[in-house]
Design a binder for this molecule. Structure first.
Ligand code: NAD
Length: 271
């Protein structure tokens, strides 16, 4: 006799799931039994992101992620959606509801980064990072809340250890992730009466385009050296690690307003 999975018959949306952490979250949710809507975008409004291009190809990469979910016997549905555009977000939420009948889990994971000192930072660069990382959490939450109230669902935001510390060259990114944590804690209180939980995942260092193409050259160190230097456990984190925490949040009805760092001890490594 097969045992029912904890997220059997549930419906999850993961934004930025054409990217690596988003894919890890989507696949772990599917392993736990959920069907998954993969929301990502092919073309962004500006080139201020980790790919230094407007052509980010996220919705195209989502095809491979959908294949991994379907191999697990779960339904996957790709929606091309820029999380900074309210009309596209509303359409994505409506498409999810008409395709699957409701929403149980919303993972606001899409995020971007650039590296520049404030003195040299372009206004467009600030707006781009704050737009995707903060407004891109607000808009899908707002659109999905009525459906999450019906399902007593969960919102899971991908923040960062940058939501707890400062980093030179990353003032906009750190500000955006601090904002995500403030939003998470506040929304948890707003939705507690409706039995909707709101929590955050704070990744440390995951080997994705963020670190490979943006941070490593400015740190003037090889990626492996960075890991050995700053992570007490001596290894980087994986998309699967983040997905496992997402499943924990999605299946624990008494955890809300939390922000757990999955960072191998980085935040404790002051001395
Ligand atoms: P990634 O570049 O692999 O994935 C990001 C995805 O977001 C891409 O597929 C991209 O197309 C998508 N995206 C960007 N702008 C979008 C928009 N406007 N609308 C919809 N989709 C959009 O990066 P990742 O490392 O997987 O990052 C995922 C999340 O994890 C981000 O929020 C990031 O800030 C956070 N994070 C990453 C690390 C790390 O070490 N990689 C550490 C801490 C936090």
């Amino acid at each position: 006799m097969s045992t029912a999975q904890p997220l059997e018959d549930k419906v999850s949306i993961v934004t930025g799931a054409g990217g690596q952490i988003g894919a890890g979250i989507a696949v772990e949710l599917a392993k736990a039994g959920s069907d998954v809507v993969i929301a990502d975008v092919n073309v962004l409004d500006t080139e201020y992101n980790q790919q230094s291009s407007t052509d980010v190809g996220g919705a195209d990469r989502a095809q491979e992620v959908a294949g991994r979910i379907e191999e697990l016997g779960r339904r996957a549905h790709i929606v091309e959606c820029d999380v900074t555009h309210a009309d596209q977000v509303a359409a994505m939420v409506e498409e999810t509801v008409s395709e699957f009948g409701g929403i149980d889990v919303l993972c606001n994971n899409a995020g971007i980064i650039t590296v520049d000192p404030v003195e040299e930072m372009k206004e467009e660069e600030w707006d781009s990072v704050m737009g995707v990382n903060v407004k891109g959490v607000f808009l899908p939450s707002k659109a999905a809340i009525p459906h999450l109230k019906e399902s007593n669902g969960a919102i899971i935001n991908t923040a960062s250890i940058a939501g707890s510390i400062g980093a030179s060259g990353l003032a906009h990114y750190c500000a955006s992730k601090h904002a995500v944590l403030g939003f998470t804690k506040s929304l948890a209180l707003e939705l507690a009466g409706d039995d909707v939980t709101v929590n955050a995942i704070c990744p440390g260092i995951v080997d994705t385009p963020m670190w490979n193409k943006v941070l490593t050259p400015t740190l003037d160190e090889a990626y492996e050296d960075t890991i050995k230097r700053v992570i007490p456990l001596g290894r980087d984190q994986t998309p699967e690690d983040m997905g496992k925490l997402a499943v924990f949040y999605a299946t624990n009805r008494n955890v809300t307003g939390q922000a757990l760092a999955v960072d191998g001890g980085i935040l404790q490594n002051v001395i």
